[in-house]
Design a protein around this ligand. Structure first.
Ligand code: 13P
Length: 234
């Protein structure tokens, strides 16, 4: 069973619940577990609708503290209270756009675990890292710095240069990265691939050794495409 997770990023309004309805209507899939991470404004309503169905609902970020004077932030216990079961932490759009460090990502992942959420810890090299031959070194550094010290996490390998570009590493490069990542993790840790996953490339990506599922951005916004990707799961 592979995990097919959708990250809606800063997209989606109340009316977008029609996409969730379509995912629910599709029924459970024999080889794909579905997780949808809408923006926080939709979390509670989506989680209420999805309760008891085969679709899980997750959040896209959390603060490391459980409560306090942090205007605009959301804590892991709040996300759990809204019905989330998972939370993405350390996405490159937050590492780069919000200056998040490995140490902060680790604190967020640990806060998620403490609140009963499964953290999805994102790592990935930039194009500059890759061209300098530093991909595996960067991944190792991010894993060492941002994984929670104990507890079960999911890891998402998202090469920064593959996000939203239509470009992906070839299957050999994905397999090599996933094997290197797995060396740092307990054997049962799922490792998702993310970055320009589409209905067209999902069969090859999801058949790549070591790939435990996908973290899908743009193609998760429409249930039709997201379900086509889930249909390639194994
Ligand atoms: P795209 O699938 O749009 O490239 O986004 C990937 C991603 O960042 C998922 O977290």
């Amino acid at each position: 069973m592979q995990l097919i997770a959708g990250n809606w990023k800063m997209n989606g309004l109340l009316a977008s619940i029609a996409e969730l309805e379509a995912l629910i209507a599709s029924g459970p899939h024999p080889s794909a577990a579905l997780l949808l991470c809408p923006p926080a404004t939709l979390l509670a309503s989506f989680a209420a609708r999805a309760r008891g169905t085969h679709v899980a609902i997750g959040a896209q970020d959390c603060h490391p503290e459980p409560c306090g004077a942090f205007t605009g932030d959301l804590s892991a216990p709040m996300l759990a209270d809204a019905g989330a079961t998972h939370v993405i932490v350390g996405h490159s759009e937050r590492r780069i756009g919000h200056g998040e460090t490995d140490a902060l990502v680790r604190r967020k992942a640990e806060a998620a675990l403490a609140a009963g959420l499964v953290p999805i810890v994102c790592i990935g090299e930039t194009l500059e890292d890759r061209e300098a031959g530093q991909t595996l070194a960067v991944l190792a550094r991010q894993l060492q710095g941002s994984l929670p010290s104990s507890g079960a996490a999911i890891v998402a390998y998202e090469p920064v240069w593959a996000i939203g570009t239509g470009r992906t590493p070839n299957p050999d490069a994905i397999a090599a990265a996933h094997a290197a990542i797995a060396d740092h993790l307990p054997g049962d840790t799922p490792i998702l691939y993310g970055g320009s996953v589409s209905p067209a490339n999902a069969p090859a990506i999801l058949a790549t050794p070591g790939v435990g599922g996908a973290l899908v951005g743009g193609a998760s916004l429409r249930a039709h495409d997201f379900l086509a990707i889930a249909g390639a799961a194994r």
